[in-house]
Design a protein around this ligand. Structure first.
Ligand SMILES: Cc1cc2nc3c(=O)[nH]c(=O)nc-3n(C[C@H](O)[C@H](O)[C@H](O)COP(=O)(O)OP(=O)(O)OC[C@H]3O[C@@H](n4cnc5c(N)ncnc54)[C@H](O)[C@@H]3O)c2cc1C
Length: 394
């Protein structure tokens, strides 16, 4: 049996970051992933904020950046656009479109350079708590079964996570909180500005939104997320309709299809139990409004990795000790998630007609020249419900 201080299950951005920080803190770390190629296939539109990477101490690298993003276009159901570009609004930070297949590998390489051992094509099948200090995990690689005894497990096994549930944590997202997403990477996309990301709201994607994220002059991730509680059609069917109807994509061709779930209901109450912490999508560390979970998942991974290393040093892997991670997560990621849940709730309550009126009211606004109070007044004028739904945020 292999022994280690920390076993991280899942080498997505959250798991690799957890492994890196646990190793930097001095722990013996093994990082396993069932995939034969870390990062592939991607299930992601690949957008991140520059500030988010900075907060994790990661320098942008041209090897995994496909496009720098300079603005945002919001499109209402009747096609009215609100542009958030630097000439109209002060953008505190730009963003990037990544190449996840390269980015995820680089994050795993950083974990290895920090001292983690990486095992690819290695599936965690089950775990048992044998004594008061750790778990025995049953794994399989290339048809061979083997075991790892770890004092701390970090469950980073993504949106369909099972590892934390094996240890008794209630982390499964409810159907109403699991967005189904479908996306094509397409060529021949004709965007109005291919340095801006685009969001399409309303019945085009019930319970979510559609997006076009440019990766090159005529290449883009074109996708959408829907809630099954809001539509009888699949995300894929909605995507086919969107691609056919949208002027930017009607003549484009797909080169890749990605289907996946995105947990958008926030974090479960408990993120730790004795000897185990859960991070990333597995822990609902996803912005419920945008569905973005790369930066928040990596933040969760960083916090869990640091706490794991300290707990090993303190020789205390109990849930009481690991709760430090839970607290740090709620203080940083959780508060933001709660705020966005309210905004999402408001957005979902709007009809196509209301979305069109809001877009019409804001389409010519010079956001830079108008105060927050004036903005709120303008919003409440076209949508009085905004005050009721978002009152506490204003
Ligand atoms: C269509 C779509 C578009 C998205 N677009 C964006 C976006 O633009 N920006 C953004 O920030 N977020 C986006 N997201 C969300 C983002 O992709 C996730 O939040 C992010 O990948 C979460 O990282 P993670 O490390 O928690 O999980 P994952 O990246 O899912 O990694 C989990 C890893 O665990 C491994 N694994 C699972 N089970 C086991 C097991 N039993 N044994 C071993 N290994 C296992 C998997 O192979 C996988 O590599 C999008 C999601 C979807 C579905």
């Amino acid at each position: 049996m292999i022994r280690t201080d920390v076993l991280v299950i899942g080498a997505g951005p959250a798991g690799s970051t957890a492994a890196k920080h646990a190793a930097l803190g001095g722990a013996d770390v093994i990082l396993v992933d069932k995939k034969s190629e870390i990062g592939a296939p991607k299930r992601c539109a690949e957008g991140v904020s520059m500030g988010g990477l900075e907060s994790l101490g990661i320098k942008p690298n041209p090897q995994w950046i496909t496009r720098k993003i300079e603005g945002v276009r919001l499109v209402s159901p009747n096609g009215t656009s609100v542009w958030l570009t630097s000439d109209r609004v002060e953008l505190p930070e730009a963003g990037y479109i990544l190449e996840r297949k390269v980015f995820d590998k680089h994050m795993a390489m950083d974990a290895a350079r920090a001292g983690s051992k990486i095992m690819i094509k290695t599936l965690a099948r089950s775990l048992e708590r044998k004594d008061d200090d750790g778990y025995v995990v049953n794994l399989e690689t290339m048809g061979e079964e083997f075991q790892i005894k770890a004092r701390i497990i970090i469950a980073a096994d993504g949106p369909e996570s099972r590892v934390a549930r094996w240890a008794g944590l209630k982390t499964a997202a409810k159907p109403k909180d699991m967005e189904s997403a479908a996306q094509f990477e397409m060529v021949g996309v004709e965007m109005e500005d291919n340095h801006c990301i685009e969001f399409y709201f309303g019945s085009v994607a019930p319970g979510g939104y559609a997006w076009i994220f440019p990766k090159g002059d005529d290449i883009a991730n074109v996708g959408l997320g829907v809630l099954s509680t809001k539509t009888n059609k699949s995300a894929y069917e909605h995507l086919l309709e969107f691609v056919e109807d949208c002027p930017a994509t009607k003549d484009a061709q797909p080169v890749e299809l990605n289907i996946g779930g995105d947990p958008v209901g926030g974090m479960p109450k408990k993120l730790v139990t004795d000897g185990l912490m859960v991070v990333g999508d597995a822990a609902g560390q996803v912005n419920p409004l945008t569905g973005g979970g790369i930066i928040s998942g990596m933040t969760g991974g960083m916090l869990a990795g640091k706490v794991a290393a300290e707990a090993i040093k303190d020789d205390d892997t109990s849930k009481g000790r690991l709760r430090e991670y839970e607290k740090l997560s709620y203080d940083s990621i959780g508060k933001e998630i709660d705020k966005y849940l309210k905004v999402k709730d408001y957005m979902l309550s709007l009809s196509d007609k209301e979305l069109d009126s809001i877009a019409e009211a804001f389409k010519d606004v010079e956001f830079e020249k108008i105060s927050t109070t004036e903005l709120v007044k303008k919003l409440v004028k076209v949508s009085p419900r905004a005050l009721l739904k978002l009152g506490k945020l204003f």
